[in-house]
Every structure is written in structure tokens, then in C-alpha cells.
Design a protein around this ligand. Structure first.
Ligand SMILES: Nc1ncnc2c1ncn2[C@@H]1O[C@H](COP(=O)(O)OP(=O)(O)OP(=O)(O)O)[C@@H](O)[C@H]1O
Length: 313
């Protein structure tokens, strides 16, 4: 059974007398064992979507089903959901890992003994068994993050929501969490992952959804999207200041402009148009580059913005 189905979700907020359409007709599905990376710039609508999926915000229209159950109508859906949403705030800092796991297991409807047993198994698997009696506040950040994921898995959910699981972790802790995410998926849990670290998304996701202005602008297998875009990325480095008019023209072609550099993943014709607009600023180099998710993301966001400018909305 499909682990997550979200259908035409829509949410509008009222902000200082103005309406903000945070999410508009957003649909997605995740199958068991699949990791979907949910990507988007700040304010794109990711958190609002995830909160609607987690049953924390009611959509204006549309619906969510977790393993066939709507979290807004049937509390059973929440038994099939695990979430690590805002950092590791799902933990009690003064309690030990063992106590946290048992507490949350019972809260999710498990009997105490079963929660204890599963908690110990998770601690063992997450290499935290030696810290089981240490208060959470005295654990390292990486350990806290692993524990937060363990707590979210205590009741063996079908769907795990992970918000920035590797943020602020060092290289080793980050590798550790990435490997765990893959393992959890291999055991059949579906994972919806949000991150701004696109290299992480590229490494561990099966599919990528890119959201902009509350809408999905790309939803594809990660390998396919990277392959599809390979060899079509250009980095253009130049000297001097680019004025606003020329910046807007170049953005309208679909490039993403940074300081003294722009990234364009389009056709050679588009590249020449950009060079024309740039002229007579001195060029440092124009190089073709292997596609990675960062460039693809910038390209799609750039194109989508260009389309918005062209259509004038
Ligand atoms: N409680 C709220 N009241 C009013 N507007 C809100 C509220 N929450 C979010 N918004 C607005 O909705 C839009 C989408 O916000 P959201 O937090 O879902 O984006 P996001 O993709 O998670 O961003 P980030 O990557 O910065 O966390 C933004 O314009 C934001 O300002």
C-alpha cells in the first residue's frame, strides 16, 4: 500500500491583512522503502506541506493519506507516522535515551515492556547503547539527532518525516545519519526528507520533488534528473559589477546570478544570449560542468522564475 499520498493540498495564510498562498494544489506519493527528497528555497512551502502531512495543520482543500488513513480524520494515521520535525525537539532533555524511547513508545500505544525492548534494540543499532543512561542534554549533537530518529521509529511507522536530519552535524555524524536513513528505507519505511543540503539529497534519495511558490515544479527519480541534466550546465565567471537591468535580463533567460559568477544549465543559444547581455564585461571563463543536484535545482528554480517574469505574475 502507498505509504503517503497527498492530493491537491492547498493552504493560504492571512499575514498582516494579506493572503499568502503557501501551498497550492500540491500532490505527491511515496511508496514503501522509498526516500523522497523535498527541496525548495526558503519560503517555498515545505514546512507547511509537511505539517499538513503530519496532521498539525489542516489543509484548506485536498487530503492526506498515510497508509490509506487520513491524519485529519482518523487518529490511527498518526500511529503509522514518525517525525523529526524541528531539530531534536521531540526529546525530553533531562530524561535518558532509554527513558525517552520507552515514554514515546507508550505514548504511541505500545505496552511498556515492548517499548523497552524495541528501545534497546534501536539504541544498539544506532550505536547508542553505551549512552542509554546519560541524560539527553549531555549527548553530542550527532547522538541527539540519532536518538531523535530512533524515537520517531519506536512504533515502527510506515512513514518517517525528516526535516534537515544532518544539519549542524560533523562529517562523521552526518555519514552515520545518512547510512541510517538508507537502512531504514531498505527495511520498508517510506521517508520524506527535507534538506537544504542538496548533496545529501543526491546521495540518499530515490526521487526528488522541487517545490517553488507552493507548487511542485519537478518530481523525478534522482538518478534520472541528474542524468537528464548532465553536460548541460555552464558556469560563467566575469569581472565587474552587473547592473540590475542586465541581471534581470539574464535571469529572464534562466541563469542564476551570483556575485561575479552565474550558473546556466540550458541550450548553447541561451548561453550566447547571456554572453551578449554580459558584454562588454570581461569574462574570466565559461566552463561546462557536470550536473549535480545543486545546479539542477538552481536551473529549475531559475527557469521557473523566468517563466513567472515572462507571464508577468
Ligand atoms: N503561520 C504562518 N502565518 C502566515 N504565513 C506563514 C505562516 N507559516 C508560513 N507562512 C508563509 O507561507 C510561506 C511558506 O512557508 P513555509 O514555512 O511553508 O516554507 P519553507 O519552504 O518551509 O521555508 P524554509 O525553508 O525557510 O523553512 C512563506 O511565505 C511563509 O512566510
Amino acid at each position: 500500500m502507498t505509504a503517503l499520498e497527498a492530493y491537491k493540498l492547498r493552504k493560504t495564510y492571512r499575514q498582516g491583512g494579506k493572503l499568502v498562498e503557501a501551498v497550492r494544489e500540491l500532490s505527491l506519493k511515496i511508496e514503501p522503502g522509498e526516500v523522497l527528497a523535498f527541496l525548495g528555497a526558503n519560503g517555498a512551502g515545505k514546512t507547511t506541506t509537511i505539517k499538513m502531512i503530519a496532521g498539525l495543520i489542516r489543509p484548506d482543500t485536498g487530503w492526506v493519506k498515510i497508509a490509506g488513513c487520513d491524519p485529519h480524520r482518523n487518529s490511527k494515521a498518526l500511529q503509522m507516522l514518525g517525525a523529526v520535525l524541528e531539530g531534536n525537539r521531540n526529546l525530553y532533555w533531562r530524561l535518558t535515551p532509554e527513558e525517552n524511547l520507552e515514554y514515546f513508545g507508550v505514548l504511541r500505544g505500545m505496552n511498556r515492556k515492548a517499548a523497552h525492548r524495541r528501545g534497546l534494540a534501536l539504541l544498539d543499532r544506532f550505536e547508542l547503547l553505551h549512552k542509554r543512561h546519560t541524560p539527553v542534554q549531555a549527548l553530542s549533537r550527532g547522538m541527539q539527532q540519532k536518538l531523535a530518529i530512533a524515537v520517531a521509529l519506536i512504533h515502527q511507522p510506515r512513514l518517517l518525516l525528516l526535516d534537515e536530519p544532518t544539519l549542524g552535524l560533523d562529517v562523521e555524524a552526518s555519514q552515520n545519519v545518512k547510512a541510517l536513513v538508507r537502512e531504514i528505507a531498505q527495511e520498508g519505511c517510506a521517508i520524506l526528507l527535507t534538506t537544504h543540503q542538496l548533496n545529501i539529497a543526491e546521495e540518499i534519495s530515490d526521487r526528488v520533488a522541487i517545490v517553488q511558490n507552493g507548487e511542485i515544479i519537478a518530481l523525478e527519480p534522482t538518478a534520472r534528473i541528474v542524468k537528464q541534466f548532465s553536460d548541460c550546465g555552464y558556469i560563467i565567471e566575469f569581472l565587474g559589477e552587473l547592473d540590475d537591468v542586465r541581471t534581470r535580463k539574464i535571469e529572464a533567460i534562466g541563469a542564476v546570478v551570483e556575485s561575479q559568477k552565474m550558473i546556466y544549465a540550458g541550450t548553447p543559444e541561451g548561453l550566447y544570449q547571456i554572453l551578449n547581455v554580459l558584454s562588454p564585461l570581461p569574462l574570466v571563463q565559461v566552463k561546462q560542468d557536470r550536473a549535480d543536484l545543486t545546479k539542477i535545482f538552481l536551473k529549475l528554480i531559475g527557469e521557473s522564475r523566468a517563466a513567472t517574469v515572462t507571464h508577468g505574475n
